[in-house]
Design a protein around this ligand. Structure first.
Ligand SMILES: O=C(O)CCC(=O)C(=O)O
Ligand SMILES: [Fe+2]
Length: 330
């Protein structure tokens, strides 16, 4: 049921060298009549979310062939000359930066990416080269949206919330987005792909090629690899779930280290929340437990704007970068 991503079998979600791996098949097949396998998987998710904020899922229903194809097609796209790639950038003044972008020179992050909103979004840039990319990316988007809803339901139950609470709270999928990323090969001088950060959204899903490099910080001390495993999807809890659960579930700090001598390709799908939604610790994790809320209430869209400002206008003093602690009650 559960094994560590370093490959060794184990019955504990925290064993092994890598992050825990959870088999979702009991949730997708009718073969679990007693519900025992589901309960075991739920325990593993619960432990992973409170210990690491990270786990990998297998037998999740997203076809491996689709993920592999998507990675091949994005790598073909990123191999195009810069001028060609820029034809797929959002037009100047566009309300959202859909399509192709490269991290600005001042950024420590050395990657380029394609940004996609839900397939029906008018902000999307049509991905016509290579010819299959647009359709395959849409298919990936729809599949991961379903995975998002499945994992959100599992997290809901792991947190002991009333059935369907999170899906009702987060019922509008319009703010979800996905990136196809390419990290440039490391140089002799530096190898940062994405600097240590937490994701601001609800839950993130990543699938990656075999290069490796995604790492999770444990207890502020050690870095644990999310070792690539064929067909697996990495799941990480974002700030919204951390706040709602009053820190019961962790929005883990993670980073990407670029490999030497090759590029690294991945897709990241952000199961998000509508900007107008208010976020605050739920009574189940405060009053009902006799505990004080660790965050004040805030509007999600405001937090997203502050995070985007971190990127567009990085503060001189790194201590002024806005994190979820901006809303902490000390
Ligand atoms: O590419 C990856 O493996 C992770 C990307 C990530 O952490 C992010 O975009 O927030
Ligand atoms: Fe991230």
């Amino acid at each position: 049921m559960v094994q560590s991503s370093s490959g060794s079998s184990s019955s504990s979600a925290s064993a092994g060298n890598g992050i825990p791996v959870v088999d979702l098949s009991p949730f997708l097949t009718a073969a679990d009549e007693t519900g025992k396998k589901k309960r075991k998987a739920m325990e593993a998710v619960k432990e992973a979310c409170s210990e690491y904020g990270f786990f990998q899922i297998i037998n999740h229903g997203v076809p491996t062939t689709l993920m592999d194809r998507a990675l091949q097609l994005s790598s073909t796209f990123f191999d195009f000359p810069d001028d060609e790639k820029r034809n797929f950038s959002a037009p100047p003044g566009a309300p959202l930066p859909a399509g192709y972008s490269r991290q600005p020179l001042h950024s420590p992050d050395k990657n380029e990416y394609l940004l996609m909103f839900p397939p029906s979004s008018p902000f999307n840039v049509s991905l016509t080269r290579p010819s299959e990319l647009g359709d395959v990316a849409e298919e990936v988007f729809s599949c991961l949206s379903k995975t998002g809803s499945l994992i959100e339901g599992i997290i809901n139950d792991c947190l002991g919330l009333p059935a369907g609470f999170l899906s009702e709270y987060n019922s509008d999928r319009n703010w979800d987005f996905m990136t196809a990323l390419r990290y440039f090969p490391a140089t002799e001088e530096e190898d940062n792909g994405i600097a240590p950060h937490q994701d601001g959204n609800c839950v993130t899903f990543v699938f990656q090629d075999e290069a490796g490099g995604l790492e999770v910080c444990r207890n502020g001390v050690s870095w644990i690899p999310a070792t690539p495993q064929p067909g697996a999807i990495v799941v990480n809890v974002g700030d919204v779930i951390q706040v709602l659960s009053n820190n019961k579930f962790k929005s883990a700090t993670h980073r990407v280290i670029r490999p030497k001598g090759r590029s690294r390709y991945s897709y990241a799908f952000f199961y998000n929340l509508l900007g107008e939604k208010m976020v605050e610790p739920l009574l189940q994790f405060t009053e009902h437990l006799g505990e004080l809320p660790k965050y004040r209430k805030f509007q999600y869209g405001e937090y997203m704007q502050l995070r985007m400002r971190n990127k567009s206008h990085p503060p001189e003093n790194p201590q002024d970068v806005i994190h979820i602690t901006h809303y902490s009650i000390n």
